[in-house]
Ligand binder design. Structure first.
Ligand SMILES: *Cc1c(COP(=O)(O)O)cnc(C)c1O
Length: 380
C-alpha cells in the first residue's frame, strides 16, 4: 500500500503542506454579528431569543414538529431516554460501535446497554442482528419486552447513524414497534442526512443531535432533542430547565430537573451556523467525489452513502484490509502531518461495559480492525 501517495493526495486536496486536522469548525457567516447582538442584549444565558429562533429553524430543517435545545448532545440523549420511559434497572439496546456518549447516557439512568451488531455498509445497528437477538432472547409479557436471560425489561433501542451514514432505520422501527420497544435515535453525527428522503432523527419517538466542536455545525457545545409529540417536547423543556414551574418571581420546582438548557450565546453561534449548513453539505459532497475518484484507483475501500440514503459525509471513512494495515496507516499519516484516527474501541470492550450482554458482533469486530477516518473538513 502506497501510504506516501495517499498522504500527498490528501494534502493536495486540502491545498496544504502544514498539519491537516481531521475536522475543523468554519465560521464564515453571521457568527460575529449574532454574538455581538447577543452580548449587547446581555441575554447570554439560558433565556433569550436566539434559543427560540434556533429551535424553530431546526425543527423546520429536519421536518419535526418540535425541537428543544440542550447544553450538549449527551444531555439531549439522557433526557430523550428519560422521556422514552427508561428507568433504573431497564435495558436499552444499542450498537457497540459508537461514541461513548450513547452508552453513558443509558448508564446515567441506571439502565444497562445491550449491544447488538452493526451492518458492514452502514456501520449502524443491523436490523437482522436486532431481529435475531429479540427472537432468541426475548418474550413479550404484558406488552413489555422481557429479556429471558436477565428477566429485565428492554425499554428502548438507540441506533446511531455512524459518521453521518444513515442506518436502516425504517426496518429497525418496524421491529421496535413489534416488540414494544421505544425507538430513540442518536442522530448526533447525522445532521443533514436523510433516509428515504426523511431526515435522520425523526423516525424515533425522540431524536438527539450534537453541536460539539467537531460536528458538522457547532455552537462550541450544544445539542437538541427533536420530537413530533407535544407533551414530550414540553416535558423536555421542563426537565432541561431545572423543572421550574412558570411564575414571575417564585422559585418552585415540581420534580428533580436538570440544568441542561442551551445558553443564548451558544444559540447565537448556532443560528449563524444553520445558515451555512447547506453550503457545508455541498462542500463535503465535492470532497467525497474527489476522494472517491482517487481511492477507486487503489485497493482501499472509500465508504459512500448506503442505498436509500443521503449522507452528510460528516467524517470521510476508509476500510483497510486488516489490523496491521490500519495501524501502519495511522502511524504513517499522523507522522506526516495528516491527522487520521481509527473508529472507536467497541463499547463492550471498555471496563464499564464489559459485563453487558452482546449479540454476535462479527461485523463490529471486523470494522473495528479496519476503519479509519481521514481529513473531512469543509474547504472554503
Ligand atoms: C458527538 C456525539 C454525541 C454527543 O456528544 P456531545 O459531545 O455531548 O455533544 C452522542 N453520540 C454520538 C454518536 C456522537 O458522535
Amino acid at each position: 500500500m502506497d501510504f506516501d501517495a495517499i498522504t500527498n493526495f490528501i494534502k493536495k486536496t486540502f491545498h496544504t503542506e502544514t498539519f491537516l486536522p481531521l475536522h475543523e469548525p468554519r465560521f464564515i457567516g453571521n457568527e460575529k454579528n449574532y454574538l455581538n447582538e447577543c452580548i449587547d442584549s446581555t441575554f447570554v444565558s439560558s433565556v433569550g431569543p436566539f434559543v427560540d429562533r434556533f429551535e424553530k429553524e431546526f425543527a423546520t430543517y429536519v421536518g419535526s414538529k418540535y425541537a428543544v435545545a440542550t447544553v450538549n448532545g449527551t444531555a439531549a440523549l439522557h433526557i430523550s431516554l428519560l422521556l422514552a420511559g427508561v428507568e433504573q434497572g431497564n435495558e436499552v439496546i444499542t450498537q457497540p460501535l459508537t461514541f461513548i456518549a450513547t452508552a453513558n447516557a443509558i448508564s446515567y439512568i441506571g439502565a444497562k446497554p445491550v449491544f447488538v451488531d452493526v451492518d458492514r455498509d452502514t456501520m449502524g445497528l443491523s436490523p437482522e442482528s436486532l431481529k435475531t437477538f429479540l427472537e432468541t432472547h426475548c418474550n413479550i409479557v404484558d406488552n413489555r419486552c422481557i429479556n429471558t436471560t436477565t428477566q429485565k425489561v428492554i425499554k428502548a433501542c438507540v441506533p446511531m447513524h455512524t459518521f453521518g451514514h444513515p442506518c436502516r432505520i425504517d426496518e429497525i422501527k418496524v421491529l421496535c414497534d413489534q416488540w414494544h420497544i421505544t425507538l430513540v435515535e442518536d442522530a448526533a453525527e447525522s445532521l443533514g442526512s436523510t433516509y428515504k428522503e426523511r431526515h435522520t432523527g425523526t423516525f424515533g419517538i425522540l431524536g438527539a443531535f450534537s453541536f460539539n466542536g467537531n460536528k458538522i455545525i457547532t455552537s462550541g457545545g450544544g445539542g437538541v432533542i427533536v420530537t413530533d409529540n407535544e407533551q414530550l417536547a414540553a416535558r423536555a423543556k421542563h426537565l432541561t430547565t431545572t423543572a421550574k414551574t412558570p411564575h414571575r418571581w417564585e422559585y418552585v420546582h415540581d420534580e428533580i430537573g436538570y440544568n441542561y438548557r442551551l445558553p443564548n450565546i451558544n444559540a447565537a453561534l448556532l443560528c449563524a451556523q444553520m445558515e451555512t449548513l447547506d453550503l457545508f453539505l455541498e462542500n463535503k459532497r465535492l470532497l467525497t467525489n474527489e476522494y472517491g475518484s482517487f481511492f477507486d484507483t487503489t485497493p482501499i475501500n472509500h465508504v459512500r452513502e448506503p442505498i436509500n440514503a443521503r449522507s452528510n459525509y460528516w467524517l470521510q471513512t476508509l476500510i483497510l484490509n486488516n489490523k496491521d494495515e490500519q495501524e501502519a496507516f495511522l502511524a504513517y499519516t499522523n507522522d506526516h502531518g495528516v491527522m487520521t484516527r481509527p473508529i472507536w474501541r467497541l463499547m463492550n470492550k471498555l471496563e464499564m461495559f464489559k459485563e453487558c450482554q452482546c449479540s454476535d458482533l462479527s461485523n463490529a469486530l471486523w470494522l473495528e480492525e479496519r476503519v479509519v477516518n481521514i481529513p473531512s473538513g469543509v474547504r472554503l
